[in-house]
Design a protein around this ligand. Sequence first.
Ligand SMILES: N[C@@H](CCC(=O)N[C@@H](CS)C(=O)NCC(=O)O)C(=O)O
Length: 261
Amino acid sequence: MATNPLKPIQVWITPPGPNPWKVVWLFQELGLNYEIKSFRFDDVKKEPFISINPNGRVPAIEDPNTGLTLWESGAIYQYLIEVYDTEKRLSYDLPNLNERHLCNQWLHFQMSGQGPYYGQVSWFAHLHPEKIPSAIERYTNEVRRVLGVLETVLSQKPANAQWLVGDKMTFADMAFVPWNFRLSEVLSVPWDKVWKDTPYVRAWHEKMVALPSWKRSMEHRARLMDEQGLQWNGVPKGIETFADYEAKIAAGKDTTAKYPR
Ligand SMILES: N[C@@H](CCC(=O)N[C@@H](CS)C(=O)NCC(=O)O)C(=O)O
């Protein structure tokens, strides 16, 4: 077997939130050599990370093979795909100009339309010290609307090619998974209710989370969460339910808020 001559790409993450896992999963799927630098969510706006990403949000990567430091998961996706998806397994090559730009379109939609709205509903439903029903309703409706957009598009694709672009899974499909994987928590409903109006999105999502690369990523997450004394949902060990955790946050006793945002 050929050895991989590349030096490991460093990826800075805090384990609880979804965005870092988008990048770790792409490393896994591309079979790249990488090294996780895991640190506590409480330290995201502090040194040394703030010198890597002045915006103080994870993920960020440092690629010793090219000397590039990069943050914003969408930009990291485009970089990794351009440089390391040499066989175009998760993307399309130049003659397919339309497909290339459609992949970018969906990635931008994920970054601007999915991530921020899912993040806001998580914040207002779980972490904001006051419960503001109109804010929760606005962002919940937006999450449902985004799912509806995906449902419409996927339902119109041929049965053997239910992917966002062309007839294979691309980085554009992958980008949506980490936040969709948290939908039950985000919407505060069980999974059958999450998917009630979106069977095509469900089938698409379930195909991807069944991949060994995703499973390996989530096993890695579980280990890193455990290392930091956190349960799967971000609640510190020793606190029984999410409601207890929310009460603690509301009382100002935990300002670190490990829940995704
Ligand atoms: N648009 C950014 C969002 C990254 C982001 O919000 N990451 C969360 C963790 S999942 C974070 O670092 N939050 C820190 C904070 O809220 O201060 C990206 O896609 O990389």
